[in-house]
Ligand binder design. Sequence first.
Ligand code: ASP
Length: 348
Amino acid sequence: MNSYHHAAVLVIYTGGTIGMVDTPHGLAPGPDMEARVRRAVDELPAQRRASLPAFEWLEVATPIDSSSAQPEDWATLAQLVAEHYLAYRGIVVLHGTDTLAWTASSLAFQLQGIDRPVVVTGSMAPLAAAESDALDNLVDALGFAAMPQLQEVAVCFAGKLLRGCRSRKWHARDSDAFTSPNAPLLGECASGQWQLHESRGLDAVQRGAPRFELGDYRGLGDKVVRIPLWPGIRPWQLAAWLDDDRVEGALLEVWGGGNVPDDPQLGAVLAEASGQGKLLVAISQCPQGTIAIGHYAAGQLLAAAEVVSGDDMTPEAAFTKLVHLLSLPLDSAQRRELFRTPLVGERG
Ligand code: ASP
């Protein structure tokens, strides 16, 4: 059982549309976000307000449009959570929607075994806009962040609670913008009630103390690339990415169930990179379903080149897991093994 010395939730504000205001150059993060949020919460109907936990506020040094987020930002955020979480019953992260699923996925790998909620949310319209989804998302995130049974990094958006490392931004405009194509919802908010769906959370598999892995994320942006295949891809084009000494890992997005063009020279480029100890992994370009490397003859060269299957992982989870494994002092065999192993419900 957890015993909390503190009944409040910690809100960490990182930027995003939720806090943006109009500027001569378009929407950009505005000042005084805490005061604006507290005013909006104070204006809620009394009963709604009373259902919310108290919250304290923390901001990153410079709130940003999440389009500019880097692996280092994921690490800074995980560090902040690690420094503060013990004093709070849960954490809400306010984040831009564009790369929210990437940050949520990365946090899941860094904060393994977290014993309380970390709920990432944002909004498609600024808090101050008419008909904004901002306050609803914030209220729902606070509600879920106060539930001790939720023991993982989740995304809360448009009344849905999704596993963070299964989530994807799915719609560029609608307020119902997120989905988890290969995993069921963890919970929902219906008629103002926050409900967790039974036996779907990681709480059932948590053992012992959190096992946070806060690696060295400096410079990792240089080391990992994401390569979707296209019909007509040439070996030299693949080699232009993979032969570069700076590249230590690559996420390949292959056809359907795990297929690639039957071109031995493409296979040779992959095998060469694997032989140099680079970590190559593959997922499908199809947003739903899983790959099985070697099921078709057209996938054999992936197996021969020791490309590791990412099964049904999202691109965001596969990429951030690669980054995470490269941030840790592991050898390439250990990285391959850990990539295959489900760590936080991200695959399988
Ligand atoms: N560009 C914004 C961001 O990701 C979009 C949003 O928050 O909805 O920060």
